[in-house]
Design a protein around this ligand. Sequence first.
Ligand code: AMP
Ligand code: ZN
Length: 492
Amino acid sequence: MLVYNSQAHRKQEFTTIEPGKVRMYVCGPTVYDQIHIGNARTFLSFDVIRRYLMYKGYEVTFAQNLTDVDDKIINRANEQGRTASEVAEEFSAAFIEQMHRFNVMDPDIRPRATREIEAMQEMILTLIDNGNAYAVPSGDVYFSVRSDSSYGILSGRDLDQLRAGERVEVNDEKRDPFDFALWKAAKPGEPSWPSPWGEGRPGWHTECCAMIHRHLGTPIDIHGGGADLIFPHHENETAQAMCAWHAPLANYWMHGGMLQINEEKMSKSLGNFYTLKEVLDRYSANAVRLLMLQTHYRAPLDFSFDRLDGAVSSLDRLLNCVKNLRWAADNAPQDGEFSDLDRSFAGAIDAARADFVAQMDDDFNTAGGVAAIFGLANAANKYLADAGENITTSVTLRAADTLCELADVLGINLADASAGSELPAELVALAAQHAGYEGTSPDEAAEALLAARQAARKERNWAVADAIRDAVTALGLVIEDTAAGARLRLAK
Ligand code: AMP
Ligand code: ZN
């Protein structure tokens, strides 16, 4: 399996520190507001990477932090006359709720910055002892980038070149403009904790590194985040680990491409964003996931609602295919001999799975994986059309199961979505009236009505047969005659 490692700038064969086990960490959100769909794309990419590693048989331990103390949270709290912890609590809960709606798996470990102060202070003390960090009179503690000869290793930046181009915070107390705060002295009204350097709070880059060391042990196998975190956040994380514990923080650094609108990065500061919540209020998680996974995780993704509507239609094709396969299998006459058509369809199912795995083995190419799933759906539709009444149940069900299995690796749930009835509940009353049906299922009601209509037609009781047809048509349904019998469908 090949994985693109940002630090190596190329794809590398994936090997784990412990055989069969993967320890991975993905930087979580700063909880001051609802996340937008750009953030959601990054969390989705790593959810799928995790799911695929599990599908391959790895035992994955996945950690993701919540940054629950930060300038943005403090500013939001001040604007709203609330405490920072109230704001952080509200948006931590909101984030977790939206991740559940988006079918992103919970991390195994979800450390919160405010509960890890001790681990961070311990790391800072080690860095000071090792000569890589210094406290200044104001009570801040800085990491000294010049003390780390490998600084720049991840992003490939050279400190001397950086100086010319980049904007950095001006601060007289820093020895070098690129030194970054490990600990910040508290200002009045800010959340703070006691420390050897006075009351203060951790800097942003401190938490991930200390949490990884404490909860997963360093180095880990995979460290992930959006590409915008490579510099300075991840550069600073890896510098701390190298200097504190003389080991890299992670063996593979993986970074996701940006979600864009009109070719511009989606971000809160530009105001060009949609929250995940508002999008999931209108679209299914399945459709949003399908849209995003049609692009490779490292490539930029241009978002538009037109493209999302396109994904809704594509998803419908998959759902209908699974439904049709299951329906055909349920209604198939007795299986005959395994025909050449069956054999070639069985081969197509195996080939689709092999193609899916080959695509995903190539640095989690979900675009190729999605194409393999659609290839299988096309083969299945053709099989149903060609086989007509002669379908074989086993191979038909295997195709439906394989579609569900592969989609599930992408966190797209075809099994439940295709099992739910699309037929209206009113059918139940109609079937009670015309067919003596006593249950509550619209699907069963449809079958009872069709059977009653068929019986009426056999008896040449046209009045009853027409009454049933008119009643279902009035509900926006059509009776479709297929090789395996009649069925009710929503009129398009
Ligand atoms: P933040 O809360 O800003 O630290 O962002 C949380 C995660 O979302 C990080 O991994 C970022 O890299 C990622 N992210 C932010 N904006 C985008 C975007 N437009 N597209 C993809 N990922 C993003
Ligand atoms: Zn981080």
